[in-house]
Design a protein around this ligand. Structure first.
Ligand code: AMP
Length: 395
């Protein structure tokens, strides 16, 4: 696996696919610079080698050229984070971009306009990718968030750099973290899967059954498993058409010697609201008119014991409706357990969709080993898929 450290960038121009798809407020100011900060080590290493950087990214979902999605809005924030002046090309391909890239001196940075102003980007168009490829000597992919897309700048462009292509430091770290969990994880290995639906996590569950010793299933998924085994789940979210599958997963787990841990109790509410009446129920005895919206105290205690006996932990999906204060406790307590296990030497990876939001919201970001920067890309990795953006560098 070729990474940045395999190259010396002295007098070279790096064409870097970054993920600067950052949130902006109404004044076009960046409200969360995490993605820019995450790309900093790669950019700085290249500049310190004596090279220059051509940065390319998408921002939002424009249709054609739309000023509100221009990457020029984020220049001040990039300069602020990197401490280096940032030049800008008003189009990501064409003569202006080529002239500005050619004129770039060691230590300088050029940011290209939004890739998705051209529909060829998402189409993975080869001619468009070839035009992009003219802007650098070495292609660096540091955008995990789009690595599951075979777009021109994430995948196709790599064909034009058969020898001179590598992963950036951020993408390499993402790949290493997934490997540390799914391939080289110190045993016992635990996956915690929460979130709303079994249907969106089936492939993940099936793939990781071969990799883990323990699997905690929580959140809304719980109730499909409980009902399938004859429990009463009241009005809890439940996918009746996935009950067969849930039983099959339990069978597979038994055959593979994976211990499955489901909640034994829940916080049930009489409506889907933060101010609903609540009660603690056994997970198998939720009355009609009530729905389980968070893990109960006994479940939290059980999960804590499992988490603390494991050496490798993957967490995807909240244990309850954490967006509402009344049902956030299970997710917060799980975060505390994982933080504690991490402090005691376990490796913990949080990734995929809402668990990252939960981890940030409750301040666990620095208390786990790694928080992934890619939602969909992380889920597809956990499903066992080879991401096109990663394959393109390895080929
Ligand atoms: P996912 O994107 O699949 O990880 O699902 C995350 C969503 O699952 C969050 O918005 C949670 O509010 C929701 N969720 C978690 N537990 C429950 C539950 N018991 N009932 C309904 N929704 C839930």
């Amino acid at each position: 696996m070729k990474t940045l450290n395999d190259f010396n960038f002295k007098d070279k121009k790096a064409l870097i696919r970054v993920d600067f798809n950052v949130p902006l407020n109404d004044n076009f100011e960046v409200t969360d610079a995490t993605r820019i900060v995450s790309a900093k080590p790669t950019i700085i290493k290249i500049l310190e080698d004596g090279g220059s950087c051509v940065l390319m990214s998408h921002l939002g979902r424009p249709s054609g050229v739309q000023d509100e999605f221009s990457l020029k809005h984020i220049i001040p924030k990039i300069e602020d984070v990197l401490g280096v002046e940032v030049k800008f090309a008003n189009d990501c391909v064409g003569s202006e971009a080529e002239e500005k890239a050619n004129a770039l001196q060691p230590g300088e940075i050029l940011l290209l306009e939004n890739l998705r102003f051209h529909e060829e980007e998402k189409q993975g168009n080869k001619e468009f990718a070839e035009q992009l490829s003219k802007l650098g000597d070495i292609y660096v992919n540091d955008a995990f968030g789009t690595a599951h897309r075979a777009h021109a700048s994430t995948t196709i462009v790599a064909e034009f750099f058969p020898e001179n292509k590598c992963f950036g430091l951020l993408l390499a770290k993402e790949i290493d973290s997934i490997k540390k969990v799914l391939e080289d994880g110190e045993k016992p290995v635990l996956a915690v899967l929460g979130g709303a639906k079994v249907s969106s996590k089936i492939t993940v569950i099936e793939n990781i059954l071969d990799k883990v010793d323990h699997l905690i299933i929580g959140g809304g998924m719980t109730f499909t498993f409980i009902k399938a085994q004859g429990g009463k789940v009241g009005d809890s979210i439940c996918e009746d058409d996935k009950m067969e599958l849930a039983l099959d997963i339990l069978e597979q787990a038994k055959a593979k010697d994976v211990q499955i841990h489901l909640p034994v109790d829940v916080i049930a509410a009489d409506e889907f609201s933060n101010t609903a009446k609540t009660q603690i129920c056994k997970v198998t005895e939720i009355p009609d008119g009530w729905q389980g919206l968070d893990a109960g105290p006994k479940s939290i205690e059980n999960f804590d014991a499992v988490v603390n006996q494991c050496k490798t932990i993957l967490w995807n999906g909240p244990l309850g409706v954490f967006e509402m204060d009344s049902y956030a406790n299970g997710t917060i307590e799980l975060g505390n357990s994982i933080a504690n296990a991490t402090k005691n030497g376990a490796f913990s990876l949080v990734g995929g969709g809402d668990s990252v939001a939960a981890v940030k919201q409750f301040g666990f970001e620095d208390k786990v080993s790694y928080v992934s920067t890619g939602g969909g890309a992380m889920l597809e990795s956990l499903e066992g898929k080879t991401l096109p953006g990663i394959a393109a560098i390895l080929e």
